[in-house]
Ligand binder design. Sequence first.
Ligand code: PGA
Length: 248
Amino acid sequence: MRAKLIVGNWKMNGSRAANAALLDGIAAGLDGAKASIAVCVPAPYLQQCEDALKGGPIAWGAQDVSAYSGGAYTGEVCAKMLSDFACRYVIVGHSERRAYHGESSELVAKKAQAALGEGLTPIVCVGETLEQREAGRTVDVVGAQLGAVLELLPAEAVGKIVVAYEPVWAIGTGRTATPEMAQEVHAQLRAQLRARAGSAADGVAILYGGSMKPENAHELLAQPDIDGGLIGGAALKAQDFLAIIHAT
Ligand code: PGA
């Protein structure tokens, strides 16, 4: 059985003081937790995470990475810099970056490749909009998003990624995919991974994201192909994040 992975996506939230309180609050409630846990934080707070979390059970990571390895790319942060702060994870292709920063699936694939090149685990996000779902295009859309990554990576690297299925219409809206809806897409993604990487696909964690909260986490996480969660809003409150961790 795959171990569950619960990742907090802080998005553009936090301050040194708020982060310290949040991390202390999470650490205080971890007794008996079975899941692997990580927080993906704004880049300026990576040092704070490294200082606070080093040697403990919570891993940390970033929310984006450059496709380039360094040099004259003002404002970018490369994978080597993330590994300099001992990041384990980096989110790539979050729908907010696809929508507000025009990131294509091809660029997302290059970012995943750059992350893997530095020993980081990319959390590759895919998901359809409400319009695409209503048009019956969910499978095509998420299939193409994941497909771009699978095309660029060598088959042996596929087992090293994490995938996050995040229906765009469920992110930050309070609307959640039903466990059955999510499981259907997760099974599809698993089949696509298997077609590319064979049995290594069985080890890939496929997370669900989109208004996961204490009230719905247990049912979602009980689905056979839902291996954890990528949590936005509920990751900013220690009690809620802990409740999701303990729901695994
Ligand atoms: P949400 O965000 O939990 O606030 O819906 C999830 C995400 O965007 O990763």
